[in-house]
Design a protein around this ligand. Structure first.
Ligand code: MLT
Ligand code: ZN
Length: 464
């Protein structure tokens, strides 16, 4: 069948849903925020119903055409990139909230619901959807589930996985499965719902998700503390952890913050320049808790870990302090960064950091290196910036060579090569640093069970 005939057949099958083939749509929908791959999709389809998604999957099986799911396209591992003639299935038109249940504290969402929309809806009901990150204004629930998105509140609330009460999925065979039926307790064997969370669309597509909500936090208050050096950040975390129920504990280097300050629209936290900063957040629900935070800050200064600090006194100050951390990713995206998203258990962070820092200093002497991340979760974002004059491919090739040392260290510490961004295409060649050969074989067997023809997001997680 010719490409033209395939598209005509698909168009007839899903009508009145749209199938797009114009160059601008192929370029836009064919990629996520990663910059290593060139989009080259066959077409884009925007289904409006579960039945249409099933029809698309059956069509793809008949013609052995790969399907790439597409949400807000904010991913950072090229899991939503169609660079090999695949059909992109955008969930943009399946964007409705179907039900809110305040007794169960759940919301039934179509996959295209924007994360911020869910957060706002929860707030309208006096509740809280706690998974949050800088891209929550454009990322979609389906994509969050596909990548088991983490973000800035994991230390208290965990990853997206913790908030999925139930899923409806269309498998790679075209079957519709209703997983867990929103139950809190369900001891009836394998929890297939969990397999689809973080599977990057390689087993099937989420067509409906029931998300849990939480009690709204009271008087969230942030502190930014200037640390004396890299080694001082973890003792600061332990000091605060012992005293307060933290909702966030992030860090960033001065070089990272300097990029945000250079925009000119975010105020500096204080005048003292420090090599690293910690941003922590807690519920100052009583004066006693706020005083406890200040006393712990003073203790950290006395110990010689912290040079300066500030505590938010208003919603506006809270937002401004968060901008110092949350704006980093978008601000540095213009420097074509090579991104690392690595993790170890929190107790191993100090030793791990030292080794990685030494590797980076040795192998990237000529590149600007930026550190930031969710250090309270053991998750570090190491970004290498491309020198302006350097060719993109040569830069990525150089960085990929250094990966060997970084990932060997990750492996030595039993860590993860991708804490939250996912494997996609950018990390698939390195999977064996975090997963054993036997584990990878079982993972492939799981994929074969749900997607025997290998049409669901081919080339993601595993090489083709
Ligand atoms: C973040 O923590 O800012 C996000 O994971 C994005 C990034 O790593 O750049
Ligand atoms: Zn992150």
């Amino acid at each position: 069948m010719t490409q033209q005939a395939l598209i005509e057949e698909l168009t007839a099958l899903v009508a009145p849903a749209k199938v797009l083939t114009d160059p601008a749509s192929l370029e836009t929908y064919g990629k996520d925020w990663t910059k290593q791959f060139i989009p080259a999709p066959l077409a884009i389809v925007l289904p409006r119903s579960t039945e249409q998604v099933q029809a698309i999957v059956h069509w793809a099986n008949r013609h052995r055409i790969g399907l790439v799911p597409s949400g807000g396209r904010t991913g950072l591992s090229a899991a939503a990139v169609a660079s090999n003639g695949e059909l992109v299935v955008s969930f943009e038109a399946m964007n409705q909230v179907l039900a809110v249940n305040t007794t169960d504290r759940t919301v039934v969402c179509q996959p295209g619901v924007i994360t911020r929309q869910l957060q706002d809806l929860a707030a309208d009901h006096g509740l809280y959807y706690p998974v949050d990150f800088a891209s929550s204004g454009s990322s979609q629930i389906g994509g969050n589930i596909g990548t088991n998105a983490g973000g800035i509140k994991v230390i208290r609330y965990g990853m997206t996985r913790n908030w999925v009460a139930g899923l409806k999925v269309v498998t790679g065979k075209g079957d519709l499965l209703e997983l867990n039926k929103d139950l809190l307790k369900n001891a009836t064997g394998y929890d297939l719902r969990q397999l689809f969370i973080g599977a990057e669309g390689t087993l099937g597509f989420v067509v409906e998700a029931t998300m849990r909500l939480e009690r709204a936090p009271k008087n969230l208050t942030a502190m930014v503390l200037g640390a004396v050096d890299f080694d001082s950040i973890m003792p600061v975390l332990h000091a605060f952890h012992g005293k307060l129920d933290l909702t966030a504990f992030e860090f960033f280097s001065h070089a990272s913050m300097a990029k945000v300050l250079a925009r000119g629209d975010v105020p500096a936290p204080f005048d003292t320049q420090c090599p690293f900063y910690a941003l922590l957040e807690f519920e100052a629900s009583t004066d006693e808790l706020a005083n406890q935070a200040l006393a712990t800050f003073e203790h950290c200064v006395e110990q010689g870990w912290v040079l300066d600090g500030v505590m938010s006194q208003s919603e506006q100050q809270l937002r401004n302090l968060w901008k110092l951390r949350e704006y980093i990713s978008e601000t540095i995206s213009h420097f074509t960064p090579y991104k690392n998203d690595i993790s170890v258990t929190v107790s191993k962070v100090p030793a791990f950091l030292k080794e990685i820092d030494a590797i980076v200093a040795q192998h990237y002497p000529d590149f600007e290196v930026l550190w930031y991340g969710h250090i309270g979760d053991g998750n570090l974002h190491l970004n290498i910036l491309k020198p302006e004059a350097m060719d993109k491919q040569a830069f990525f090739d150089t960085c990929a060579r250094v990966n060997t040392w970084v990932f060997e260290t990750v492996q030595k510490y039993n860590g993860s090569i991708s804490a939250e961004h996912g494997v996609g295409m950018t990390k698939r060649d390195y999977l064996a640093y975090s997963r054993s050969p036997a584990e990878i074989e079982y993972m492939k067997a799981v994929k074969a069970a749900f997607d025997p023809n290998g049409i669901m997001n081919p080339g993601k997680i595993f090489a083709l």
